[in-house]
Design a protein around this ligand. Structure first.
Ligand code: FRU
Length: 506
């Protein structure tokens, strides 16, 4: 008896140790914690910043507040990946200083040492960011956001802020931020794309230190339901033609409320951006993809990543230790439809590194098909691909036994895809959260092709080869581990493929 008591005491003690360990080593097993998306080990994160590819490593910096799970004085957090999928969090790269918080910005590899920051043949990595002075903001001034530089000679591990900061002073525009810098080869100069209240202002520089205004764009184009933020300018090749793309995040005023990112296609000659389109288009129609930009120094491959949240509720989502994740990285491309250029988003092929053996079903009736009864419950994140030679009404319900349901579907009358998270789990933290969101179907194709990634608390939909995209977060009490497809129309799903994804946490 005594021995038994002793043994059970030992067992209890060891389980306490295990439980303790679980909570101290950020084991990422908490409810809602994404298993295939980047999220900070703890505390608050928003926009991706300074994304740059250097010496076979993808660097991701991010808006970070290390002292709380709500937004506060901004730092740049830092993470590195060799494959865009597995991330290793690093120590904080940039701290607030006497000029203010470190707001969003970009990073470039200054190969020709135009800045002069390089030393002993070391190529400088240069961060260009907004210094946001909270004192100026409080005092009601209108020039508290200025652009500054920091450089690193050891691949982003340590940073030195430039003594001559700020390098681009505010001319009296309250919202004057989020510089994205690129090398414009044809003019042998750097171009800074800056969000300036309700438009974009382009600046140029030979050395990253002194900047000249080139032009403005957008006062009369696109969506203007909120302030313009976090722009990006780059080109994508399409049949040997360079199609320039300008991304502009806006908050509020997104197609489904709150924050979202619109894009413009056009031409850029080193001075002016001239749009091809007059309509408003969104890189992602879902509510949870904001402030996304592309990696620099990745050649002609343009890889996009966004912050998977929305300012309407980002500060109050029910995660406890950490707040917010990034979207999965996406390759961007151009598709031409009836003389118009559209930007398409595609899961990066590197997702293969965590793809387990897929199961496929062929020619199944869409009327009512419970995938779970065929292949069992999901045991983690999955990629689901579905195709049909015709497009009809359908819905896919992702559910659990507790009654949480996330419904994704297509409505033929409105020609919209939709995601309904009204009963997908916890919604009471913010009244705008529980909703059904829609995305216009852009494709004119007769056939249907969908790719979805379901993680613990997010879904990403890429419809019609990435033309209509939706990203949504949700907070179900247990993972949604069952899938059912239903349709009032009589048609066949030609192929349904489910690929389980390995957690990047293990
Ligand atoms: C966008 C944004 C940026 C700003 C940063 C502050 O989400 O508002 O405009 O630089 O977040 O954290």
């Amino acid at each position: 008896m005594r021995i038994l008591n002793f043994l059970s005491l030992l067992l209890l003690l060891s389980s306490c140790i295990i439980v303790k360990k679980k909570y101290t080593d950020s084991s990422f097993d908490e409810l809602y914690r994404p298993q295939v998306h980047f999220s900070p080990p703890e505390n608050w994160m928003n926009d991706p910043n300074g994304m740059v590819y250097l010496n076979n490593k993808y660097h991701l910096f991010y808006q970070y507040y290390p002292d709380s799970t709500v937004w506060g004085p901004m730092h740049w957090g830092h993470a590195i990946s060799k494959d865009l999928i597995h991330w290793q969090n690093q120590k904080i790269a940039l701290y607030p200083d006497s000029l203010g918080y470190i707001f969003s910005g970009s990073a470039v590899v200054d190969k020709n040492n135009t800045s002069g920051f390089g030393k002993d043949d070391k190529v400088p990595l240069i961060a260009i960011f907004t210094h946001h002075d909270p004192k100026g903001e409080k005092a009601g001034t209108n020039d508290y956001q200025n652009q500054s530089l920091a450089y690193s000679l050891d691949e982003g591990t340590t940073w030195t802020k430039y003594a001559g900061n700020p390098v681009l002073k505010n001319p009296g525009i309250k919202d004057f931020r989020d510089p994205k810098v690129m090398w414009f080869e044809a003019g042998k100069k750097w171009i800074m794309t800056l969000a300036t209240l309700d438009r974009i202002t382009f600046y140029s520089s030979k050395d990253l230190k002194s900047w000249e205004k080139e032009s403005e764009f957008g006062q009369n184009f696109g969506a203007h339901g909120g302030v313009w933020e976090c722009p990006d300018l780059f080109y994508l090749k399409h049949n040997n033609e360079n199609i320039w793309v300008l991304l502009v995040s806006i908050n509020p005023g997104g197609p489904n409320g709150g924050s979202a990112t619109q894009y413009f296609t056009g031409q850029f000659d080193g001075k002016n951006f001239v749009p091809y389109q007059t309509d408003t288009r969104w890189i992602d129609y879902g509510p949870d993809n904001y402030a996304g930009v592309t990696w620099s120094n990745s050649g002609e491959r343009k890889i996009f990543l966004g912050w998977m949240s929305n300012w309407s509720y980002a500060n109050v989502v029910p995660t406890e230790k950490w707040r917010s994740a990034m979207t999965l990285p996406r390759d961007l491309a151009i598709e031409k439809i009836e003389e118009k250029y559209f930007v398409t988003s595609h899961l990066v092929p590197e997702l293969q590194t965590i793809s387990k053996t897929a199961t496929g079903q062929k020619n199944i009736p869409a009327s009512d098909y419970d995938l779970t009864s065929k292949i069992g419950k999901l045991s983690g994140p999955v990629k689901l691909e579905m195709s049909a030679s015709q497009i009809e009404n359908f819905k896919i319900t992702f559910y659990n036994l507790l009654g949480d349901k996330l419904i994704l579907g297509y409505d033929k009358v409105t020609n919209n895809y939709y995601i309904d998270r009204t009963v997908a789990g916890k919604v009471d933290f913010e009244k705008r959260f529980a909703a059904k969101h829609t995305a216009a179907r852009i494709s004119k194709n007769a056939n249907l092709q969908l790719t979805m990634v379901l993680d613990n608390s997010s879904i990403e939909l890429f419809a019609d080869n990435g033309l209509s995209v939706m990203t949504e977060i949700f907070f179900s009490a247990q993972p949604l581990n069952s899938i059912r497809i239903q349709s009032p129309d009589n048609f066949l799903i030609n192929s349904l493929k489910l690929t389980p994804l390995e957690s990047i946490r293990r």
